[in-house]
Design a protein around this ligand. Structure first.
Ligand code: AMP
Length: 237
């Protein structure tokens, strides 16, 4: 039987980073941890998608820039992403911790985050989810998402009825950047920018861990959960 997590009142997760290439399962795992720990998931990809899909914002400079870059798999400029994260971290629900998913993706973002966190009660802990590259393409092209953000995969985690969300019956959609062509560009961005961010946190040693993401979703969640307890030196770890 898996060990139960202590509830949020006696375990303070603090700031948690989920790192890894596109398709390793950061979003899926962040949503599960969010429910369990009672802390918010902050996905810069979701924040940017909400801007580009909002009719009131899509034609602003930020909206059009985000769309142009995201649709081809390029990174959005650091200043823009950092300021979106700054606004989100200023909200009161981040007090006991939060899960950053898809941020930082460059060393400039990582150093900026360090400066933001100087005054925070706990240092950041980083978990790198590792999945072989040949598995990632299938995960990306098979991914389907409900309007409420529930994530499925037609190969590995299909909905009960094709194309329909199990929970609310809504129509599942494919992200415009979840194509094979854009995947290759996203992987290039990962190698050129984000791989260095992983090394940056690895150098912190005691605040970094790696988890094998090429297992069943539940097993990966269990591994991340016990890793977080260990990184925070929780007595139940
Ligand atoms: P994701 O949903 O995390 O896969 O992100 C989708 C896209 O949003 C990426 O391919 C980038 O274009 C953009 N994006 C998300 N997070 C960041 C970030 N931290 N820095 C720069 N661009 C980002």
């Amino acid at each position: 039987m898996s060990k139960q997590l202590p509830n949020a009142s006696d375990f303070l997760p603090g700031p948690v980073l989920l790192l890894g290439a596109p398709g390793v399962g950061k979003g899926t795992q962040a949503k599960r941890l969010m429910e369990e720990f009672g802390i918010p998931q902050i996905s810069t990809g979701d924040i940017l998608r909400a801007i580009k899909n909002d009719p009131a914002k899509a034609n602003t400079l930020v909206g059009s820039k985000a769309k142009a870059l995201m649709d081809v798999g390029s990174l959005v400029p650091d200043d823009l992403v950092n300021s979106l994260v700054a606004d989100r971290l200023a909200e009161p629900d981040t007090q006991h911790g939060y899960i950053l998913d898809g941020f930082p993706r460059t060393l400039i973002q990582a150093e900026w985050l360090d400066r933001q966190l100087v005054a925070y009660l706990l240092p950041v802990v980083a978990v790198n989810i590792v999945v072989p590259e040949q598995v990632l393409l299938e995960r990306i092209t098979g991914r389907r998402i409900s309007p409420a953000g529930r994530i499925y995969n037609i190969y590995t985690n299909p909905p009960k009825t094709e194309g329909v969300c199990d929970v609310d019956g809504s129509k599942l959609e494919q992200r415009t950047d979840d194509t094979e062509e854009v995947f290759h560009k996203r992987m290039r961005e990962f190698r050129e920018n984000t791989a260095a961010v992983i090394e940056y946190y690895r150098e912190h040693g005691n605040r970094f861990a790696e988890v094998n993401g090429d297992h069943h979703i539940d097993e990966v969640t269990r591994d991340i959960r016990s890793t977080l307890l260990k990184l925070r030196h929780h007595p139940e770890a």
